[in-house]
Design a binder for this molecule. Structure first.
Ligand code: SF4
Length: 220
């Protein structure tokens, strides 16, 4: 396990600060999703990672396990990371929304996208989380994440793969296709979209290497 970097402001490691924040998020009732969740899905990975991956929100399997990006979409993400020599130990993975959004149909709950109000209610938690992580690079996964983190008018098919200034969250940010979207395709189109995600993750890896060589902005 890599040695944890102490946060210079409070003398805690990033892991300590994230654990304290996760406990506050676990008790959150700011929006109606608190009523239907099994548990919050805060995020996981290397708390000192230079690369943070931010998806939309947990689905059924994430809600059950408390872990982000599990199930088929998570497996495809892992596969595309691994194609670039990256594992979950190298990155930190979380979502904009920390609780599963679902529709109750009889005795079953079906995943649905979180509403703009739910995303807005949860966004301060993500801001705090990214403030602790302080990544160099963020990969914003899927349109809802990109609309939240980059631009409300973001068009994922046209603008994915383009690097932007990360603003307050990080130095550089780029949107990529969501693996769940890729899985809705078959045959050659699936292969093409999968390769697009692999290539975009490769671009992120190079961006991290480049950003590490850039001088850190000094306060004084
Ligand atoms: Fe709180 Fe976010 Fe869960 Fe809503 S989705 S209850 S804001 S943690």
């Amino acid at each position: 396990m890599a040695e944890q970097t102490p946060d210079p402001d409070v003398g805690q490691t990033h892991a300590d600060s994230l654990e304290a924040l996760a406990a506050r998020v676990a008790a959150c009732t700011r929006c109606p999703l608190a009523a239907t969740r099994t548990q919050t899905v805060f995020g996981e990975g290397n708390p000192d990672a230079p690369l943070v991956i931010v998806g939309e929100g947990p689905g059924e399997q994430e809600d059950q396990t408390g872990r982000p990006f599990v199930g088929r979409a998570g497996m495809l993400l892992d596969e595309c990371l691994l194609a670039n020599g990256i594992t979950r130990r190298h990155v930190y993975i979380c979502n904009v929304v920390k609780c599963r959004a679902c529709i109750i149909e009889g005795r079953r709950a079906r995943n649905r996208p979180p509403t703009p109000d739910e995303m807005a209610a949860c966004y301060p938690w993500l801001t705090e989380q990214l403030g602790i992580l302080r990544p160099l690079v963020i990969l914003s996964v899927g349109a809802p994440s990109a609309k939240t983190l980059i631009d409300p008018a973001f068009q994922i098919m046209r603008q994915r793969g383009q690097w932007r200034d990360g603003g307050a969250h990080c130095r550089h940010i780029m949107a990529v296709l969501h693996p769940a979207f890729i899985l809705r395709h078959g045959g050659e189109e699936f292969e093409r979209l999968r390769q697009t995600l692999i290539d975009d993750i490769g671009s992120a890896r190079r961006k991290v290497i480049e950003a590490k060589k850039q001088p850190q902005p000094a306060l004084f």
